[in-house]
Structure formats: C-alpha cells, structure tokens
Design a binder for this molecule. Structure first.
Ligand SMILES: NC(=O)c1ccc[n+]([C@@H]2O[C@H](COP(=O)([O-])OP(=O)(O)OC[C@H]3O[C@@H](n4cnc5c(N)ncnc54)[C@H](O)[C@@H]3O)[C@@H](O)[C@H]2O)c1
Length: 277
C-alpha cells in the first residue's frame, strides 16, 4: 500500500461485490492496482462482476460466500489466503434493506429485524472474525465497513418512508459502533478500521426503497421508482445530485491507502452533505 491512488498488489476481499456499491468499490480499487477477491452470496453474480474487471485489465477473482454463516466466512478467508498469501484490505459491504417482501410493507416485521441484523450486523462480525486473525498475524491491515448515513440521523415520518426502514437504520447505527469497537481491538496490531456512510445511490437496494415509498404513500403511485429516487435527491441533497458506487469506492481507496494510516475508528459520510455530523 502506498498512496491514495496506488494500491499496487494489495489483496482486497470485498463482500457483496457482485453488483451495486460493492461492484463499484471493486472497480475503483482494481484501477488503483489492488488484486480483488470479489465475493457474493450469488456466486454467479460474482463471476460476472469479476469478468467485467478482468476485461478492463484488472485482477479480480470471484468467490461465493454467505456472510450470515461464520463457517462460510472462515472458508472464504482461508481460500483467499491460500490463493494470494494474505489479505491486506477487507471491505464489509454485503447488506440488505429488509426481509423479502420489504417493498410491499409499511410496518416492519420480526423478519425485517432478523434479516437486517443477520446480514448488516452479524454478517460484518462473522467476516471480521474470519479475516482479522490473518491480518493480526502480519501486523498490518485495513478494514472498511460500509454503513449508511441512515445509521446516523433519524428520518422518519411513516407516511414518507414507512416504518419498515427502522430495522435497517438501527442495523447501520450498529455497524458504526462495531467499527469503533473493532478499531480499538485491532489498533495494537497496526490495523485500521473505519466506516464509510454512503448517501443515496441508485442500486437494486434503492429500487426496493422506491417501491416501498410508493406502498407507503399512495400519492407516489403514479411515479416510476427512478422518479421517486430523483425526488428524494432534490429534497435531501444539498449538492443536488446522487452518489455513485464509484464515489464510495474512492473513499474506500483513500481509507485503504497509506495516506490514511493515522485514521481509525471513524465513519466518513459520502453523501453530498445530506447528513452532517
Ligand atoms: N444504495 C444505497 O443508497 C445505499 C446507501 C447507504 C448504504 N448502502 C449500503 O451499501 C451496501 C451495498 O448496497 P447496494 O445498494 O449495493 O445493495 P445491493 O442490494 O444492490 O447489493 C448488495 C449485494 O450484497 C449481496 N448480499 C446480500 N446478502 C448477502 C450475504 N448474506 N452474503 C454475501 N453477500 C450478500 C447481494 O447478493 C448483492 O449482490 C449495503 O451494505 C447497503 O446497506 C447503500
């Protein structure tokens, strides 16, 4: 690892990288020289995303893996170490907005709490449990957790968002606290742990959020999901534009670089100023 633009040869494991934000992070880090172990619950999606990076001259290798299962993450970490000898950078990105059927619900269910905490919180814990010992052995490493600005500021009227987003927001607040705790734990091993809090990005996850908003607010029924998203950008973004997966990738690249060696336990908003703290 050298500077923000050069991650030459850094072995990087990214979860949930088959599409959306994880895929954007993989692209940016690859362009900066990292070797990408690209994992996803949907192994076929990981293959397609890795192929896209390879076509552009990068080094990306697809892996399956379910972050909700500790043994699955242990196996993933062992496979990456076996293949590349080490893991320099871990990006915990895999996340869900709620349980299946989220789009159609206004109120959260037990299943929404289980799904969001299972993937967004325990999934991050399982992944760190699997990877941190390899980093500790080498006294080096970077962990970057993808949280959300939704984990920092309550936003709420039920008529607008639907209470169903409550479990997600609470799970993302938990990711930030998990980041703090892990940063303290791993600091003596020269491992930094930070969170990136994305703002509003048009990925499959936000397509579901838009559908949910239409369920919660009949006045939105006539609009397309993309139009609901654009309205949200106009209402909430001081800079007036959406973020992209590559924007998140650039923040991750910085936190993974030597330029960020004294930054740990922080949560960085990449959200055009939509939430400030
Ligand atoms: N899209 C946004 O506006 C936004 C905003 C803030 C934070 N985030 C966060 O960014 C991350 C990525 O979001 P996205 O919008 O790209 O979502 P997405 O739904 O488009 O992609 C998520 C990926 O994670 C994978 N995944 C889900 N569960 C998994 C599991 N148990 N194990 C392994 N992989 C799993 C999925 O297969 C999928 O490929 C999430 O943590 C999300 O909460 C997104």
């Amino acid at each position: 690892m050298t500077d923000a633009t050069n991650l030459d040869g850094a072995v990087t494991l990214i979860t949930g990288a088959g599409r959306g934000i994880g895929q954007g992070i993989a692209e940016v880090l690859s362009e900066r020289g990292a070797v990408i172990a690209l994992s996803d619950l949907d192994a076929d999606r990981a293959v397609v995303a890795a192929d896209a990076i390879k076509v552009n001259g990068g080094n990306a290798f697809p892996f399956g893996g379910d972050t909700t299962i500790q043994e699955s993450m242990d196996g993933l970490a062992a496979a990456v170490v076996e293949e590349f000898g080490r893991i320099d950078i871990l990006v915990c990105n895999a996340g869900v907005i709620g349980a299946p059927g989220y789009q159609d619900r206004v109120d959260h269910t037990e299943e929404d709490w289980d799904a969001t905490f299972g993937v967004n919180v325990k999934g991050f814990v399982h992944t760190a449990n699997a990877v941190a010992p390899h980093m500790q052995e080498r006294n080096a490493g970077r962990v970057i957790n993808i949280a959300s600005h939704g984990g920092r500021k309550p936003r709420g009227a039920k008529a607008v968002l639907g209470n169903v987003q409550a479990p997600y927001s609470v799970s993302k607040a938990a990711v930030i606290q998990w980041t703090h705790l892990l940063a303290i734990e791993l600091a003596p091993n020269n491992i930094t742990v930070n969170a990136v809090c994305p703002g509003t990005l048009w990925t499959p996850m936000w397509e579901a959020i838009a559908e949910n908003r239409k369920t919660a607010d009949p006045e939105l029924a006539e609009f397309s999901g993309r139009e609901v998203f654009e309205q949200s950008i106009r209402d909430r973004m001081p800079m007036g534009r959406e973020q992209t997966p590559r924007d998140i990738g650039k923040a991750v690249a910085f936190l993974a670089s030597d330029d960020a060696s004294e930054i740990t336990g922080q949560a960085l908003n990449v959200n055009g100023g939509a939430v400030m703290n």
